[in-house]
Design a protein around this ligand. Structure first.
Ligand code: ZN
Length: 273
């Protein structure tokens, strides 16, 4: 088992009864749900709030993004091997993490699965839904795991933290990411904004990483209720930067077909030459 490391001093954290302790005496309580809070500063973004977590749970729970879930879990399975440690960075309420866990168990691959997210709300929600995934509240910019401990690092719609991802990846480790393409959810933006803009897609080339495979996953999601439409909106970053008047436009919609368009990519560590 890969133990977390102390966010204060970096030493290994070992379990003593209901807490994790390092040899320097730093101590972190394990919650009733089995999660641990390893956030040491309040400087980091506090992460997704309850509204966003609930929106995501509602929307993803309805299966609208099943083609994406399938693409993600199959990609992870392709690279996973017995005994491998998988870290899901920015795991949220574990929708993808749990799906990956189920896929690997179906495939007979035994892997250790760890999730981190800065949102304590999300972690707590993930823990009540899924057993068997070790969860910590922690930042992707300060991952509480030792160097070269992970066979696979996934970051699905989470902030990019290349230096930390490379640090925790094993020398032959894999980094898997998913990201929205240019026209992702364009119809939803059209419904709200006068001048909707297309997403900017970052180049596939990332310094320090060598692209191993990439694919696109495009499908239409037919939303059939106002509740589902607003849930989708509330799980996007737009929900924080939209006026109440613009958001209220969604309350008048009872159905909407949106383009869901994602890029997926898997990388190895680039070899220095
Ligand atoms: Zn310590």
């Amino acid at each position: 088992m890969t133990n977390f490391i102390c966010p204060v001093c970096g030493k290994e954290l070992l379990r003593y009864d209901k807490s994790l302790k390092c040899s320097s005496g730093h101590c972190f309580d394990i919650s009733r749900k089995g999660t641990v809070n390893l956030l040491v500063s309040n400087k980091s973004r506090h992460g997704d709030d309850k509204r966003m977590v609930n929106a995501r749970k509602h929307f993803l729970g309805k299966g609208y993004y099943e083609p994406l879930h399938k693409a993600v879990r199959e990609l992870v399975r392709k690279y996973a091997a017995d005994g491998c440690t998988i870290l899901d960075c920015g795991c949220g309420e574990c929708s993808y993490t749990a799906d990956i866990a189920a896929e690997l168990s179906r495939a007979g691959i035994s892997a250790e699965i760890i999730g981190i997210d800065v949102s304590k709300e999300a972690i707590s929600s993930g823990a009540s839904r899924h057993a068997g995934i070790r969860l910590a509240a922690a930042s992707v910019f300060d991952i509480p795991l030792p160097d070269e401990s992970c066979g696979i690092v996934t970051a699905l719609f989470s902030p990019f933290s290349g230096k930390e991802y490379l640090r925790v990846m094993k020398p032959d480790g894999i980094y898997i990411t998913a990201f929205p393409l240019e026209d992702h959810l364009f119809e939803l933006k059209q419904a709200v904004y006068e001048k909707p803009y297309r997403n900017t897609v970052a180049p596939l080339e990332i310094p320090g990483f060598a692209l191993d495979s990439n694919s696109e996953c495009r499908f239409k999601a037919e939303l059939t209720s106002t509740e589902d439409i607003t849930a989708l909106f509330d799980m996007t970053p737009y929900c924080y930067k939209t006026s109440a008047a613009d958001r209220a436009k969604l309350d008048r919609l009872t159905s909407l077909t949106v383009s869901a368009e994602f890029g997926l990519a898997a990388y190895r560590k680039a070899t220095l030459s």
